[in-house]
Ligand binder design. Structure first.
Ligand code: COI
Length: 356
């Protein structure tokens, strides 16, 4: 632990008020949070504090210009009570990459890991063992300098909050392929976990929801001919026995679940093609019966099977597959994450037990 991390514990835990068998995603938060401020050109002493409101001036830049980035991570507990994270360094690198695109300063690696390790030790009772349970970890950075001039903030807060989690999507997921609105453009911020990327999807996603879809699968902004990602997830298509997914670029999030699944699938002997995926080929595959599966992949959702899609008013149902890749890969990934299986890839990170 860095000797600079300041810890203030809560007087009394609120854990007994929580019904862990009935959790709506991201609505209940643990007892503590991590906060580190940036000012005078450097990150200040990080702190762990009781979870609670952040006080900010109404002119803080984040409220006006959306200078904000975030991450999504998870912690898992095995049957012995040990706590693990999954490839946390990837999240650390990505939040700094996202921040760079939004003209924000890079965060300190030791602050990030000391903060996370301490937070997870303090709030470890909130992490439940067993299939489907995890603790969703939400690091985020916001611009806190006061004043509405449209320029990068000179002050920030790096915050980490944690929410006990079960499934993100429950029930069937049906999607709409975008043919009008877009999520991101060449040279834009689509690859970054910028808060505004998500806000920009809300309106078209609400329109899709009103028509009975759960999500939009975004297509390239120029032609709407290529399938890119689902906004909260990357997307995979199984045509016959080949798994297809789009390559990452400056419009698509470099998903950690996505890249892990590509490696995991290849290690299982599944043929994986990472290449631009045409809307037309997926429609054709659905028509001729070679489209076997479609699923979304992300930290929150893990793997979310898609039961059908619509493109330009034409709806297609996907078959129910025995031995679905989605089911098999999800089981392998979640078992690896929660220390219920071997980890030949070295992806699991054991959170050191620390006395706090
Ligand atoms: C995640 O999977 O962690 C995400 O960032 C999706 C989120 C918007 C719920």
């Amino acid at each position: 632990m860095t000797d600079t991390l300041k810890v203030t514990k809560i007087a009394e835990s609120k854990i007994n008020q929580v019904d862990f068998s009935n959790l709506a995603f991201g609505t209940v938060f643990t007892d503590h949070m991590f906060v580190c401020e940036y000012k005078n050109g450097k990150w200040q002493t990080p702190e762990i504090l009781p979870y609670g409101p952040l006080q900010m001036d109404p002119s803080a830049k984040v409220f006006h210009y959306g200078q904000a980035v975030f991450e999504g991570m998870k912690a898992y507990k095995d049957d012995k009570g040990d706590v693990y994270m999954f490839r946390p360094e990837e999240n650390f690198n990505r939040i700094n990459k996202s921040g760079e695109r939004l003209a924000m300063p890079a965060f300190e690696k030791d602050y990030f890991f000391d903060g996370l390790n301490t937070l997870l030790n303090l709030d470890k009772d909130w992490i439940k063992p067993g299939e489907g349970n995890s603790l969703y970890i939400r690091p985020f950075v916001i611009a806190t300098e006061n004043g509405v001039s449209a320029s990068p903030s000179s002050e920030y807060k790096f915050v980490i909050i944690c929410a006990p989690a079960q499934a993100y999507y429950s029930g069937e997921v049906r999607v709409l392929f975008a043919d009008h609105y877009s999520r991101s453009a060449d040279g834009g911020v689509g690859f970054a976990k910028a808060a505004g990327n998500y806000a920009a999807q809300f309106y078209p996603t609400e329109l899709a929801k009103a028509k009975g879809y759960n999500q939009v699968v975004w297509t390239d902004a120029n032609t709407h001919e290529y399938l890119e990602e689902a906004g909260t997830m990357n997307v995979f298509f199984r045509v016959n026995d080949t798994l297809l997914t789009a390559p990452t670029n400056d419009r698509i999030l470099d998903g950690i679940t996505r890249k892990s699944l590509i490696e995991l699938a290849k290690s299982q002997g599944i043929n994986v093609e990472v290449r631009p995926v045409k809307v037309a080929e997926i429609v054709e595959a659905a028509e001729n019966g070679s489209l076997k599966e479609m699923f979304g992949a992300g930290t929150a959702a893990v793997i979310s099977p898609i039961s059908g899609f619509t493109h330009k008013e034409k709806a297609f149902d996907l078959p129910t597959m025995e031995d679905a890749y989605a089911t098999k890969l999800k089981k392998q990934l979640t078992e690896l994450q929660a220390n219920r299986s071997e980890d030949p890839f070295g992806w699991r990170y054991e959170v050191p037990a620390i006395e706090v």
